[in-house]
Design a protein around this ligand. Structure first.
Ligand code: BES
Ligand code: MN
Ligand code: ZN
Length: 487
């Protein structure tokens, strides 16, 4: 089946900077709660009467005599970059039927005008994202023209970066939202190949025979119950000139996670399991933007793609796998499949001795329960790499919180038949155990692991998110890679 319809790659939004707002587009303005006075035509008392206190992302729409709307958003007392990004999203949502929007540019302490403009563009464009490929009527009116009203230096660069970063997130959302029957492992690989090469990446797709030759036992075991072949996609970005560093990325590309023989109950969580390839999607989208953003390091990405299905040929509980690095793994639960496919790619990536490896995966319900839908988890064997992830997440507006890679817990993965088990009993700290399992395959290369199980999906429209795939991680990775050499 073709990947049809394809994700929309060329989003029509034009983003520009101007010293004054166009007369005929909706205007967005930002006010601090501390500086809240009259907002013509409303007096301070009238604003108070409407309950408008300029708390973060609160909006009020003011109409001029000519029928032109000004949407005012609060940014609280001392706005952060995240506050203005969210406020821009709130303005875009409140003016939801207008395709043309202009935004005044507020000042944010500790941030440059370039960063503020970038955040505003992300907020406005992403709040109007919708996945319409498979429906007749679009759900939202996209923004086609966005004007940032400012004379600040750096605004133009920020506007273009914001446009690229929003597109990176939107592409990730498209792929995550595409149902499993439209996005099998081979279709995902085909798309990565066509799109990646159109954006200047080298793309290699590995089929079943090559996966067997490479002894990727984890990917083979997870794929064993499927009628759909697995794929590994290797993407390479090479900067112009001598690279300022070499980084490898590993992404979980489970196109649908039924759990395998450890079949998931047919509930709401299971119903979202087409999103189990979010990590792989975010790597593809971020890497495809590296050329445009002038990334100075060499980046290799491994996307581990298969679904996880139950059948007569599926991997059974208690089966033992011999991984590419020689370690044996007892499969206690076939629903702990992500760590199996990720382990293969970590071994491969570590063999080329990069400066660092970052992996991203919708790996554990445990991290989702611990940190909820807004904050992802990060664990690693190298504090500097963990710190880079946290810093990149902060810049991207994709918050990440570190959990401990507590080595003594490895005892919980002891197996009676193999070197290690893929998981332990329910109730144990699985987010940490999954990371400890992965670290057994990093070969001592500095590594950080990002668990986006909770953040990959949004259930409500808030901040820059709309219900569905969030694209979480794509902007984080883009910041991480483009800022890597500077640190
Ligand atoms: N893809 C899931 C993780 C997940 C769970 C993502 C909920 C989003 C929401 C993963 O493959 C999985 O099934 N993990 C199991 C592991 C368990 C069997 C040790 C889990 O978290 O329940
Ligand atoms: Mn699973
Ligand atoms: Zn999974």
């Amino acid at each position: 089946m073709p990947l049809s319809p394809a994700p929309s790659l060329d989003r029509p939004a034009t983003v520009s900077v101007a010293p004054v707002a166009p007369e005929d587009a909706t205007l967005g303005r930002f006010v601090r709660s501390t500086g809240l006075g009259d907002l013509a035509p409303l007096s301070a008392a009238e604003l108070a009467g409407h309950g408008f206190t300029a708390k973060p992302a609160q909006v009020i729409t003011l109409w001029s005599g000519e029928g032109r709307a000004t949407v005012v958003a609060g940014v609280g007392e001392r706005p952060t970059l995240a506050d203005v990004r969210d406020a821009a999203a709130a303005i875009a949502r409140a003016s939801g039927r207008q395709a043309r929007l202009s935004l005044e540019v507020p000042s944010v302490s500790d941030a440059t005008a370039e960063q503020v403009v970038e955040a505003l563009v992300e907020g406005a464009l992403l709040a109007r994202y919708s996945y319409d490929a498979l429906r007749e009527e679009p759900q939202r009116v996209p923004i086609t023209e966005l004007v940032l009203v400012t004379e600040a230096a750096g605004a133009e660069a920020g506007a273009q970066r914001g446009r690229v970063l929003a597109a990176v997130t939107a592409l990730t959302r498209d792929l995550v939202n595409t149902p499993h029957n439209h996005l099998t492992a081979s279709l995902l690989a085909e798309f990565a190949s066509a799109y990646g090469s159109s954006r200047g990446l080298e793309v290699e797709v590995f089929g079943m025979e090559e996966i067997r030759d490479l002894r990727l036992a984890g990917l083979l075991a997870v794929n064993a119950g499927s009628v759909e072949p697995a794929r590994m996609v290797k993407l390479t970005y090479r900067p112009d000139g001598e690279p300022a560093g070499r980084v490898a990325l590993v992404g979980k590309g489970i196109t649908y996670d039924a759990g395998g023989i450890s079949l998931k109950p047919s509930d709401g969580t299971h119903a979202q399991m087409k999103n189990d390839m979010s990590g792989a999607a975010s790597i593809l989208a971020a890497m495809a933007a590296l050329g445009e953003l002038g990334c100075a390091i060499e980046v290799t990405g491994y996307l581990m793609c298969t679904n996880n299905m139950p059948s007569g040929s599926a991997t059974a509980l208690g089966d033992v796998l011999t991984m590419r690095n020689g370690k044996t793994v007892e499969v206690i639960d076939t629903d702990a499949e992500g760590r199996l496919v990720m382990a293969d790619a970590l071994v491969l990536a570590a063999e080329s001795r990069p400066d660092a490896i970052f992996d991203i995966a919708t790996l554990t319900g445990s991290v989702s329960r611990a940190l909820g839908p807004d904050v992802a988890g990060v664990l690693g064997n190298d504090q500097a790499m963990v710190d880079r992830v946290v810093a990149a997440g902060h810049l991207a507006g994709e918050p990440v919180w570190q959990l401990p890679l507590h080595k003594p817990y490895l005892r919980m993965l002891d197996s009676d038949t193999a070197d290690i088990s893929n998981c332990a009993a329910i109730g144990l700290p699985d987010g940490i155990l999954a990371a400890l399992f992965l670290d057994e395959f990093t070969g001592g290369v500095p590594w950080a692991h990002i668990d986006v199980a909770g953040t990959a999906q949004a259930s409500t429209a808030h901040s820059v998110k709309v219900p569905g795939g969030s694209g979480f991680g794509a902007r984080l990775l883009t910041h991480l890679l483009t800022g890597y050499a500077a640190e």
